[in-house]
Design a protein around this ligand. Sequence first.
Ligand SMILES: Cc1cc2nc3c(=O)[nH]c(=O)nc-3n(C[C@H](O)[C@H](O)[C@H](O)COP(=O)(O)OP(=O)(O)OC[C@H]3O[C@@H](n4cnc5c(N)ncnc54)[C@H](O)[C@@H]3O)c2cc1C
Length: 361
Amino acid sequence: MLTTAEQLPIRKNIPLAPLTTIGLGGSAKYFLECKTVEHICAGLEFGKHEHLPVQVLGGGSNIIFSDAGFSGVVLKIALKGIHFDDDGEWMIARAAAGEVWDAFVHACIEKGLGGIECLSGIPGFTGGTPIQNVGAYGQEVKDTIEEVKVLERATLQEKILKNAECGFSYRTSRFKFQDLGKFVVTEVSFRLHKNGRPTIHYPEVKKNVEAAVPLSSLADGRESLEAVRKVVLSLRKKKSMLVDPNDPNSKSVGSFFLNPIVERKQYSSLRNLWKKIGDGSEVPVFSFEEKMKISAAWLVEKAGFAKSYRKVGAGISSNHSLAIINCGGTANDVLALATEIENRVFEKFGIRLVREAVVVD
Ligand SMILES: Cc1cc2nc3c(=O)[nH]c(=O)nc-3n(C[C@H](O)[C@H](O)[C@H](O)COP(=O)(O)OP(=O)(O)OC[C@H]3O[C@@H](n4cnc5c(N)ncnc54)[C@H](O)[C@@H]3O)c2cc1C
């Protein structure tokens, strides 16, 4: 096993900001681009040997490194390869963790495979998608993931975790909480419908697809899936939810906060409070299992943070109230604004917002 900086293609003092969508953070003391599982193992061994923390990095779209940088080893996942295995009316699509997620979605749609079309345009790599069970417009990866191949960091053994073993729920999984830092995802497999009909649960997508061309006039498979992809990409663009170097509102980690899930009793208290102090509007809410999911965007706005709000070098996107953006500032500016929002929401509504993005210092 290669374990010294001289033996590995490891680099020193690599700036991390350009490797993240929000463009923030200092440098990594050590940095290794992992094109093979052996590289990942060697990087982990190197960290152990040097008594340094090891941070896995995918596409950098849900992570904020501190301004001081990371005084350990960053392993940038660069595993590549997409394979399709026929399974009757289904196709199993396997993507290595370093495959760009949206390119994979597009490749599946081109083959007429249905099930992930509404997840078009989400930035980052395929290996990052099971971490927080990414979702958008009524689809989540948990709906189609067959299994996740992982490398256990402590033993360097590869394992296969079936969907039911991944602990998926709203924007979470075992990888994000109970087994945080235990595994490196190396490959994700999806069970997709051959000649798939798009799954549209989201009224905004349905309305826009129908307005462009009636779905009933489109053939199942590639044609109708492409139509949904097109609408999703255009909706995301309007909300600056596509990473675009020409759009300063997309210099973010996407939604900074999760939609809080509260007991029904807490929701009733919130509704009563809002009846007293509010503007007569309803609190936007959705049932979530036995509980209620409250719109974090609504809480942020009603706590006094409108779109386009600016504070030092950070701000709120003009097109999405949950996206905190880097306006030429520092990680500290962004995190200070996040804390200010959290405190104000708590003072006003008694609800603690939970961050979706990972902060590494
Ligand atoms: C403009 C914009 C829009 C977005 N829209 C959405 C959206 O609609 N829905 C949604 O759910 N998310 C959204 N996101 C968030 C983000 O794109 C996803 O969470 C994405 O899956 C993160 O993948 P990544 O490869 O960029 O992970 P990174 O940001 O590199 O890493 C995030 C975390 O995952 C871990 N990780 C990454 N890869 C691996 C791996 N192979 N093994 C183990 N751990 C790993 C990292 O260690 C880190 O803790 C958006 C982000 C942006 C910037």
